[in-house]
Design a protein around this ligand. Structure first.
Ligand code: G3P
Length: 202
């Protein structure tokens, strides 16, 4: 139990490291949560500060998700525990840490890049398939939010096909979490006012 708690705390704290917040503060001296869509994520950094800053944010958020899961696996390996179970705890905690960071007043991002990174550490093949699907959806529709929702939403289906019961639960958590953080995007998608990639207006 103590090991699970340690893994959860480490992953949650890693999730609190908001790449978008740091990048926007360092490059432009602004709180990204007061700019554009108000989201602390790479799409909003791209929209507000450009491609380089957006890419940097995306990589940072993917990496922290991946690192959280790799640390969990390393700990599990060290104490001879089930690596997959420990990885699942880390996935949930790092995404919650990103979306609801205690150190930033619980106002974080939407958890897409961090979910992808943690999924890479959990099951790289599933993560790459979701990323591929995300890219296809964004390329066709130009809606990052729709790509994010459908991309992450593909993960429980793949887990189910692979008969990975515990993986399905974690993937369902990620899907529900992304749906919750994108509820405003979903409303805008439905009424046709969602921003397309590259669009700057609110
Ligand atoms: O990853 C977040 C993206 O799916 C939507 O971001 O800023 O357009 O709400 P945003």
């Amino acid at each position: 139990m103590l090991i699970y708690l340690i893994i959860i705390i480490i992953a949650y704290l890693l999730g609190n490291i908001s790449t978008s917040y740091i990048v926007a503060k360092k490059l432009a001296g602004v709180d990204i949560r007061t700019q554009g869509s108000g989201n602390a994520g790479s799409t909003n950094v791209l929209r507000t500060l450009g491609k380089k800053a957006g890419a940097l944010t995306f990589i940072g958020d993917v990496l922290k998700g991946l690192i959280a899961v790799l640390i969990a696996r390393l700990i599990a390996y060290g104490v001879h525990m089930d690596q997959s179970i420990c990885a699942y705890f880390a996935v949930v905690a790092v995404v919650l840490g990103h979306n609801y960071p205690a150190f930033l007043g619980f106002k974080g991002g939407k958890g897409v890049a961090t979910s992808l990174g943690s999924m890479l550490g959990m099951n790289p093949l599933v993560a790459l398939m979701c990323l591929g699907f995300f890219i296809i959806i964004v390329a066709i529709t130009k809606y990052v939010s729709l790509g994010s929702i459908l991309g992450i939403g593909l993960s429980p289906i793949i887990m189910l096909i692979n008969h990975n019961t515990k993986g399905v639960l974690v993937a369902l958590f990620l899907t529900i979490s992304v749906a919750i953080t994108h509820k405003e995007n979903i409303k805008r998608l439905l009424n046709g006012t969602e921003r397309k990639i590259g669009e700057k207006k609110n």
